[in-house]
Design a protein around this ligand. Structure first.
Ligand code: KIV
Length: 276
């Protein structure tokens, strides 16, 4: 790193896109986790995940929307910047929100560049298959690493009429396989497979040279991604079947806040110990 780069506050990124490809070649599983703020990103990075994804589930988990549709570029950028400050080693991937890449290739490049230049993301993720082939092609040509996302695409929730598993019949399974091959051909460095049958994700993973990252897509994907709030039990809403909750932090937070409230009301906090 040159002195000029150092003065701009840049850090060397430890885990890179080529490292991810190497993982697939060496048959080592990839761990991805979402994060939406500095503390979460710092903790995920410190615990050694490979990818921190600032997913547009931000809208649901942190901003209280019922879908990912309303998430804006400004909101994504704000949270990507916060996560950038917390991630020192993992690959930082930013989701492109609905409407930021679908209208034109120019939009896609401009918005992805903003997430990378201002937000500090090392790569972006976009939803879609063959219909976004030209966009992926151009983005990767100009140096934007693109992670694909097929299967259940939450930004299409209104078209599906709900969040529905995909690839269950032969026609849609064949289409997903074709989509994955096209995304790889156009330059995507990895593809998220969401809510598709395990057999299909196994077939897709074995057909590709780039890694697949599954969520609700069975154990044969090259890696897995989960949502921060889901694995820690801090989202008060519905829990999906693909989620494994490793701890009930929601319950622990409730107990802690009630204890704090009781102590303030009972005048046992603060004590001298917590006073100047
Ligand atoms: O937005 C998100 O968090 C995602 C993951 C669930 C893959 O796209």
């Amino acid at each position: 790193m040159t002195g000029a780069n150092k003065s701009l506050g840049e850090r060397p990124h430890k885990f890179t896109v080529p490292d991810l490809l190497l993982r697939k070649q060496q048959q080592q599983k990839i761990v991805a986790l979402t994060a939406y703020d500095y503390s979460a990103a710092r903790l995920a990075d410190r615990a050694g995940v490979d990818i921190v994804l600032v997913g547009d589930t931000l809208g649901i988990m942190s901003l209280g929307y019922s879908t990912t549709i309303p998430v804006t570029m400004e909101e994504m950028l704000h949270h990507v910047k916060a996560c950038r400050r917390g991630v020192h080693s993992a690959l930082l991937v930013a989701d492109m929100p609905f409407g930021s890449y679908q209208a034109s290739v120019e939009d896609a490049i401009r918005n992805a560049a903003q997430l990378m230049k201002e937000g500090g993301a090392q790569a972006v993720k976009i939803e879609g298959g063959s219909e976004i082939a030209a966009t992926v092609h151009r983005m990767t040509q100009v140096g934007i690493p693109v992670m694909g996302h097929i299967g259940l695409q939450p930004q299409s929730v209104n078209a599906y009429g709900g969040n529905k598993a995909q690839g269950r019949d032969t026609e849609s399974a064949n289409q997903l396989l074709k989509d994955a091959i096209i995304l790889q051909k156009e330059g995507a460095f990895s593809i998220v497979l969401e809510a598709i049958p395990a057999d299909l994700s196994s077939e897709i993973s074995s057909c590709l040279n780039i890694p697949t990252i599954g969520i609700g897509a069975g154990p044969e994907c090259d890696g897995q991604v989960q949502v921060w709030h889901d694995i820690l039990g801090i989202y008060p809403g519905k829990r999906y079947r693909h989620v494994k909750q490793y701890v009930d932090l929601g319950e622990q937070i409730d107990v802690a806040i009630r204890s704090y409230s009781d102590e303030v009301r009972g005048k046992s906090f603060p004590t001298k110990e917590h006073s100047l």
